[in-house]
Design a protein around this ligand. Structure first.
Ligand code: FAD
Ligand code: MLT
Ligand code: ZN
Length: 469
């Protein structure tokens, strides 16, 4: 090991240092298997002070740093390039919940705390931390905040950035920015924390956050409804929001193909309805103590929707076990696509009102481009976010299909652009969409992003090559 590496290792000690190839391997590849890099070493600091020392050193020696949380990201943002020069900075050891204030409704957590642990700690205190996604058992809050994660409850509680009251960030030169106030009102100038939320580790390293908590729900109703088409689904969403007085907390749409994939590949799943239908929505309502009135409201809503032909059939969970079974169908969708071979993903958003139109046009464009390609459209339709994924034709090799990724992306994203939609609703840009970004981002916005990058990270050591083309 050369002198620079020895000095870097000394900053974190043996417990915070990995450089054997077998130890580096899991950090060098990502969830989807699209990107596989090579790291010089992995540093695993124990606290903010060590993160600051590492960054100061790396900045002085121009060592590129790739932050990593749970490594569940879907755009390749957390893995190094293939040069073998980049240092992975894992936040996994910053795993303490520093405080919970039930009166202020806040929880103070370090960046490496696993999302599910935050949800559970909130529940233990009779509170709700509403960020929820299928990777919640392994993603870490620093990664969630750096990608501004979305998930299933955005339509009621907003994205990750809406759940943050304060942030602790180590800057490229090792200075620590501390906005950990836990205040809901603070108009003392620029809201600097927002710059780092969704920045994918390119502007600073998030080491801790003050998160907002909400009242725990007393009544929850979850239903799985069969739909003739997405248009009926979006009409049902409008009725559900109006009739529940804003108590819809999740509205997930899916076409039948995903249900078939889940039933085929995920053990312990079953179709909740007797017959097959073209489209479905998984809807969750939640409220405080209404004396059981939420259930009656949901039953009325579904009855009327059935009379009006908006829904074809429905199942309402009557126990926590049934509720979990319905969510398992939804949460397994990413996993269930893998055995079906190569998949080209489009994590897009359009105005909620345009979802049905987009789905029809997107499917027609894909099928015209690659006959036999299998559209797998599903996702958070309640906030206009569709995972418009496409699995390869059954008789194609993975490589042949992946070779068409850029052209397929271009065709689908051209339709998205017509609605002024987004080519990355919630997963971020990373490497996957970096080179496509200029086509879809306002030129002035991109220029300002570069200005920020130069100001915060003048030596370009923070996640270089990610996000910004
Ligand atoms: P990582 O993958 O480790 O890192 C993500 C990015 O953040 C990288 O660019 C990394 O460099 C940077 N980073 C990580 N930690 C820090 C830090 N402390 N400071 C600065 N930068 C940092 N995403 C959604 O938004 N909604 C979903 O519904 C959703 N569902 C998913 C379902 C499955 C099954 C899977 C596998 C993924 C899903 N994702 C979803 C994507 C992923 O889980 C999220 O992007 C998550 O927020 C990433 O967290 P992580 O800790 O794994 O971050
Ligand atoms: C999800 O919502 O399940 C993921 O964000 C979708 C995906 O894996 O494409
Ligand atoms: Zn999603």
């Amino acid at each position: 090991m050369n002198e620079i590496m020895t000095r870097l290792r000394d900053l974190v000690g043996p417990a915070g240092w990995l450089d054997a190839p077998a130890d580096l391997a899991p950090y060098e590849k990502e969830e989807r298997g699209l990107f596989h890099g090579k790291a010089r070493a992995v540093v695993r600091p124990a606290d903010t002070r060590e993160v600051a020392a590492v960054l100061k050193f790396c900045n002085e020696h121009r060592l590129p740093v790739v932050p990593q949380g749970g490594n569940t990201g879907l755009v390749g943002g957390g893995v190094p390039d293939t040069s073998g020069t980049q240092i992975i900075l894992s936040l996994a050891r910053l795993d303490k919940i520093r405080a919970l204030d039930p009166v202020n409704d806040t929880m103070t957590v370090e960046a490496g705390v696993v999302l599910a642990d935050i949800q559970n700690r909130a529940a233990d205190a009779d509170r709700l931390f509403p960020l929820s996604l299928a990777a919640e058992g392994s993603c870490r809050i620093g990664g969630n905040l750096s990608t501004n994660a979305g998930g299933i409850n955005v339509l009621r509680y907003g994205m990750a950035r809406d759940l943050v009251l304060g942030l602790e960030v180590v800057l490229a030169d090792g200075r620590v920015l501390d906005t950990m106030t836990g205040l809901r009102k603070d108009n003392t100038g620029y809201d600097l924390k927002q710059i780092f939320l969704g920045a994918e580790g390119t502007l600073g390293i998030i080491t801790a956050a003050v998160l907002k908590l909400f009242p725990a729900m007393r009544e929850v109703e979850t239903c799985f409804v069969a739909l003739p088409d997405p248009k009926a689904g979006i009409e049902l969403l409008g009725r559900a929001k109006a009739e529940s007085g804003g108590n819809v907390q999740a509205f997930e749409l899916t076409e039948r193909r995903l249900i078939d994939f889940v039933l085929a590949h995920i053990p312990g799943t079953a179709d909740p309805l007797a017959e097959k239908h073209p489209w479905y929505a998984l809807i969750e309502f939640a409220a405080g103590d209404l004396g059981g009135a939420l259930k009656a409201m949901v039953e009325r809503l579904l009855e009327r929707a059935m009379e009006d032909g908006l829904i074809l059939d429905a199942a309402i969970a009557s126990s926590e076990q049934q509720r979990k079974a319905l969510w398992k169908l939804r949460e397994s969708m990413t996993e269930a696509q893998k055995p079906e071979g190569a998949s080209i993903k489009h994590d897009i958003s359009v105005p909620v009102s345009s979802v049905p139109d987009f789905l029809a046009r997107g499917a027609a464009a894909v099928e015209a481009f690659v006959p036999g390609a299998r559209v797998c459209a599903f996702g958070h339709a309640g906030d206009g976010n569709i995972h418009f994924n496409v699995s390869r034709p059954l008789d194609w090799a993975d490589d042949k299909f992946q070779a068409l990724r850029h052209e397929m992306n271009a065709r689908v994203h051209a339709i998205v652009a017509e609605y002024r939609g987004s080519i990355s609703a919630e997963h971020g840009i990373g490497i996957l969409k970096r080179d496509e970004l200029p086509q879809h981002k306002d030129a002035t916005a991109l220029e300002l992003m570069r200005t920020l990058k130069a100001a915060f990270d003048p030596n370009n050591i923070l996640n270089p090559g990610k996000l910004l083309p």
